[in-house]
Ligand binder design. Structure first.
Ligand code: NAD
Length: 363
């Protein structure tokens, strides 16, 4: 198959959908890969590395779309890319159709085959192409939290791990899924005193088994949260209720119970946030302060570490991309239920219920 890798053009998107290692794997399977010049630069991969791995580097995005049977991307196409998409061209990328009606209509009209990373689903209902970004965001939450706890950045001025003779900081993690687990591990590794709260008792049991001694688990409820926020230095919001807005576990009036200079990192901000006062921020301007509490609410945290994020994402996407290239989308999806769940649009029809429901379109 002829595979095309365009450079991402969405603002501040430095990830790339295929690394030189991915190109080499595709070549091994007999495919031809065209990469747009500088597509990998933001993630640390120069054009030369792609050429050495066997790709053909093309100067423009137009040439990549024109030649490719399958386009592998990171983010959804933006309006200027719509005219480049060909009928029956396979696009394998994050789409998030339910949050963009114009994108849904554009892909239907173009007759593209849209396989969305975010809805590829395993039989245990986990989402293998979302997990890597949650892992990055969870680990990064502690790095950012530690930074914003510093006094010059308006934090409490406490070192997460303390030092001999001085107690460590207290970290509260709300939600013990992928983000929460990675955040708790990082905070514990730095020596903080960590509490993870979750609603699921089986999940708390599992966490209790695998976490080091400086991590406690607690049931998530209003009483426990109200008590724990009073002496927490850093709070990480990591809850998810699939398909719904995040619940506001910390409301505006609860902020006054917290220590001035405490930091909240609400990773769940992309689903509305689990701290009421959190609204999405950007890497250019990541924080704001309400009632002396530093709020960090960046909605695309992995974007700040494109090298790690690209490798983490492509580790997960490549095996699926190889199946699509080897078999074509129809055969690959009929033989692999996980991939089939990723099919959102094909032959001018919506094939994913959630997308049809979001825009009142036939399914
Ligand atoms: P996950 O499904 O693995 O974990 C969510 C956890 O929240 C589950 O264990 C669930 O039991 C728990 N939960 C639900 N309601 C709760 C409550 N009331 N109290 C405590 N726990 C509760 O999800 P995840 O992959 O860890 O993702 C968490 C959030 O982070 C999602 O909203 C995701 O979209 C977001 N995210 C954001 C970024 C970013 O850049 N900001 C990056 C990746 C993921």
């Amino acid at each position: 198959m002829i595979i095309g890798v365009p450079k991402e053009i969405k603002n501040n998107e430095n990830r790339v959908a295929l690394t030189p290692a991915g190109v080499s794997e595709m070549k091994k399977h007999g495919h031809v890969v065209y990469v747009q010049s500088t597509a990998g630069l933001g993630s640390g991969f120069a054009d030369d590395e792609y050429t050495q791995a066997g790709a053909v580097v093309l100067p423009t995005i137009e040439e990549v779309y024109a030649i490719a049977e399958m386009i592998i991307k990171v983010k959804e196409p933006i309006a200027s890319e719509y005219p480049l998409i060909k009928k029956d061209q396979l696009l394998f990328t994050y789409f998030h159709f339910a949050s963009s009606e114009p994108l849904t209509h554009a892909m239907l009209e173009k007759g593209a085959v849209c396989l969305a990373y975010e809805t590829v689903e395993k039989t245990d209902r986990s989402l293998p192409l979302l997990v890597p970004m949650s892992e990055v965001a969870g680990r990064m939450a502690i790095q950012q939290g530690a930074k914003y706890l510093e006094k010059p950045l308006k934090g409490r001025g406490i070192l997460l791990g303390g030092v001999p003779g001085v107690p460590p900081a207290k970290v509260l993690v709300l939600g013990g899924g992928i983000v929460g687990t990675q955040a708790a591990k990082m905070a514990a590794g730095l020596g903080a005193q960590v509490t993870i709260m979750d609603l699921s008792l089986p999940r708390l049991r599992q966490l209790d088994d695998i976490m080091p001694a400086n991590v406690n688990t607690e049931m998530s409820n209003h009483y426990n949260i109200t008590r724990a926020i009073k002496d927490a230095d850093l709070i990480v919001g990591a809850v998810l209720i699939p398909g719904a807005k995040a619940p506001h576990l910390i409301t505006r009036d609860m902020l006054k119970l917290m220590r001035p200079g405490a930091v909240v990192v609400d990773v769940a901000v992309d689903q509305g946030g689990c701290i009421e006062t959190c609204t999405p921020t950007t890497h250019e301007n990541p924080t704001f302060i309400i009632d002396d509490i530093v709020h960090y609410c960046v909605a695309n945290m992995p974007g700040a570490v494109p090298y790690t994020s690209t490798l983490a994402l492509t580790n997960a996407t490549l095996p699926y991309a190889v199946q699509l290239a080897n078999k074509g989308w129809e055969k690959a999806c009929s033989e692999n239920e996980e991939l089939k769940k990723g099919l959102n649009i094909a032959n001018g029809k919506i094939l994913y219920k959630g997308v049809a429901e979001a825009w009142n379109l036939p399914y």
